[in-house]
Design a protein around this ligand. Sequence first.
Ligand code: RI2
Length: 303
Amino acid sequence: MVDTKLVEETAAKIRTMEVRGALKIAVEASKAMLHVIEEGASFEEMVQAADKLKDARPTAVSLPNAVNYILHLAEESSTLEPSVAKATLIANTSNFIEELSSSIDKIAEIGANLIEDGDVLLTICNSKTVTSIMVKAKKDGKNFKVYACETRPRMQGHITVKELTDAGVDVTLIVDSAAYYTMTHKGVKKVFVGADTVYANGDVINKIGTSQVALAAKNAGIEFIVCTESIKLSPGSMIGETVEIEERDPTEVTDLKGVKVFNPAFDITTKEYISKIITEHGVIPPETVYNLLKEKFAWSIGD
Ligand code: RI2
């Protein structure tokens, strides 16, 4: 029996959102998989570990995509001589984690080119992908302002404000319901948001409130830009599968007793509201997500 303590701990941290953000949960789950592989897990035990990790949160496909890719690597290496199979799998999994972790730096480089001196930007929630782009643009010497929606109920906007302040970016916190007023009265030029899952048709699932911001941006004639690593593309959507929209505990919303609460954690922004998508492979229109999916997930979907 392999030691699955790290798997249990990682799954618990993802569930409670101690570890959060769609890329980060994929990276941490992959590290837990690498650990059980190093421990000498059988394929069966790897599948069990993968299932535990995938069950932690339902909406971001980055999590199952990463864990399933490692199982695919395990299947591939199982055809090798037993003496080299484990070392090969460890090396391939480590390379994958390295690539996954560095995909955000490539997006930061590309995304920073889209920020111009004097820009006024708006974002929602805390996407490390988005803040990395903004931090890179600042390092490149650009001066711009950011409005950050606080993002009820978990207030991830506060994390965004801290990250940007620490990097010297001029950032202002707003309540979520001030998004449209801020767009129209503070000269917002572009909205940058992250993604948890991107469907083959270009629709994007992100933190609750994102689609309202997209509607407001469209009405105000403001560019709406999604920033996503390709690990967040959904291969299942190519065959019509949808992801479950996570509903979280009512206590996140209120401590009032006897009140009915609906607390969805994500929503879907349809592609007609999305101006462009920034990936580590370049800037693409939402209509071309299908092509990138086919290329990146050939291992999962076949020909
Ligand atoms: P990065 C987050 O979900 C937000 O919805 C954010 O936009 C998205 O993941 C992507 O984050 P949550 O974990 O991967 O806060 O860009 O529920 O960091």
